[in-house]
Design a protein around this ligand. Structure first.
Ligand code: MN
Length: 503
């Protein structure tokens, strides 16, 4: 019997009978939980989790992630409890659903603050990268159906997408998702420019179509003659947003944007890549200084390929991108390409380790800003230069992230504001980090809704509520609980003040 979840299972990588049963069970569970709830589009709610699970399956994600995608809105929108999810689908699915739910709880509090909070929240809750990937797919589907929301909301969601989700997709190397998200955001935020640019690209594609087809068949013959037997060719047009960005950089002169069109040559091995590059250069004249070897020197997000820009016989400028199948998967799916379906996620991506490598580009790290004053070490300036050459904006250095992350954690107020503290900080540090008055009048605290003692050491992602009373005052014991210099300082001065007034 045909079941709506069959399409999801069919998109999964070699699903077992157990996978099929579990996905179907999750689908029925979610459908029942959402009941008569409708989306703003008027469709039954289940359409949304179904779409997300399908995207996740296509990315090659494991069963737990696909199932969590189906269930991702159940605890938020219905009276399903996390315990129920754990009982039915196990602790990993519960964890994934819980984390995705936590992410959607952040309240919008002005763009600047929101973007920063959102990035920090992502980092803090997503020690397991699968949380971020589910959230990205959730956002993609919400952006695809944005037209049904009121205008004010549309703008805000599109902004958040551009400022938070696009950089994450880019950093994770999920090229397919990044391009879609940024085009969808531009369509809402700058619709006139979007329409104009899209129309220009369409016209260009139409006028060059035949010439590009000719170039492809010439290339096909040359590759075979060059002894490369197994290969396939693809072509792509630059996405609207990245073309508009490049065009602006080139002063509006479209003839200076050399990679509007690209022909991809996908071959079995690395040796074939270099051999194919030789064939391409023998066939067409390469443009000087436009050869890039991202195989020997991958981009910071892991992108690998050979690039060269050529002018075809019919005078079309195109970029030729040469890569192996593995590199092609990496370029489209980024980190998701590293999932091993059979063995599950590597520990690197589920233990929080990955965040160390990705943090600087998730946070707004600005390297080499002149006003920062401190001279940059040589390796750092070299790196910044190297990164600039790639003309990518994500400036990234792993070492920096490790230093940074080794010392800090992010915890939250019940309103969703983010407080950043050293890793061994306690409830006392948190209270004083909000304000010295909050610290000085603290009588108790809750972490994730439960009362805790004041010496409790906080963890990344904790939501902390401080209970206060006007007449309260700090106790001497707190000096031992506090880890931050600023909390200790405030406690001491408050103690001194009270001593004086009592004397
Ligand atoms: Mn959702």
């Amino acid at each position: 019997m045909v079941h709506p979840s069959d399409a999801i299972v069919a998109a999964m990588r070699s699903p077992s009978t157990e996978d099929k049963d579990t996905v179907r069970r999750a689908y029925d569970f979610a459908e029942q939980a959402h009941g008569a709830e409708l989306r703003k589009s008027g469709e039954p709610y289940i359409v949304h989790p179904h779409a997300i699970a399908l995207y996740l399956a296509r990315l090659g994600m494991d069963r737990d992630t696909v199932v969590a995608g189906i269930l991702h809105d159940t605890t938020e929108d219905t009276d399903t409890s996390p315990e129920e999810i754990e009982k039915e689908f196990g602790p990993t699915v519960r964890f994934l659903v819980d984390s995705v739910t936590k992410l959607s709880k952040l309240k919008y509090r002005g763009l600047e603050r929101h973007v920063e909070s959102m990035r920090r929240l992502l980092v803090a809750t997503a020690s397991d990268i699968r949380v971020i990937i589910i959230k990205l797919m959730d956002r993609l589907h919400n952006m695809e159906t944005l037209e049904f929301l009121p205008e004010e909301k549309r703008g805000r969601i599109a902004l958040e997408t551009r400022e938070v989700y696009v950089p994450i997709a880019e950093r994770l190397g999920i090229g397919v998702i990044k391009a879609q998200l940024e085009d969808l955001a531009m369509k809402t935020l700058d619709s006139e420019k979007y329409q104009e640019t899209a129309a220009f690209l369409k016209e260009q594609s139409e006028t060059t179509k035949d010439a590009l087809e000719d170039a492809k068949s010439e290339l096909r013959k040359a590759l075979v003659a060059g002894g490369i037997r197994t290969f396939r060719l693809e072509s792509r047009t630059k996405n609207v947003h990245s073309f508009a960005k490049k065009l602006a950089k080139k002063g509006g002169d479209a003839t200076l944007v050399y990679d509007i069109f690209a022909i991809r040559v996908i071959v079995p091995s690395i040796e074939d890549c270099y051999r194919a590059l030789g064939v391409v250069h023998a066939l067409w004249r390469p443009m000087l200084g436009r050869v890039r070897d991202y195989i020997a020197a991958p981009k910071p997000n892991g992108y690998r390929s050979l690039h060269t820009t050529i002018i075809t016989r019919r005078k079309i400028t195109a970029e030729i991108q040469i890569r192996s199948e593995e590199m092609q998967r990496g370029a489209q799916f980024g980190v998701a390409a590293h999932f091993n379906y059979k063995r599950g996620m590597s520990e690197f991506f589920t233990s929080g380790e990955w965040i160390k490598s990705f943090l600087p580009s998730l946070m707004k790290f600005q390297l080499g800003t002149p006003e920062s004053g401190t001279p940059k070490p040589r390796w750092l300036t070299d790196l910044v230069e190297a990164t600039r050459e790639d003309d990518e904006e994500g400036v990234f250095q792993k070492t920096l992230a490790e230093d940074f992350l080794a010392e800090r954690m992010f915890v939250f107020t019940p309103k969703g504001d983010v407080i950043d503290l050293p890793v061994d900080a306690t409830v006392v540090d948190f209270a004083y980090a909000i304000h010295s008055d909050v610290g000085n009048s603290m009588i108790g605290a809750k972490v994730d809704g439960k009362m805790v003692s004041l010496d409790t050491v906080l963890k990344n992602g904790d939501i902390v509520e401080v209970l206060t009373k006007k007449s309260a005052k700090p106790s001497k014991k707190w000096l031992a609980y506090a880890k931050t210099a600023s909390a200790k300082h405030h406690i001491r001065s408050s103690l001194a003040k009270h001593r004086k007034s009592e004397a």
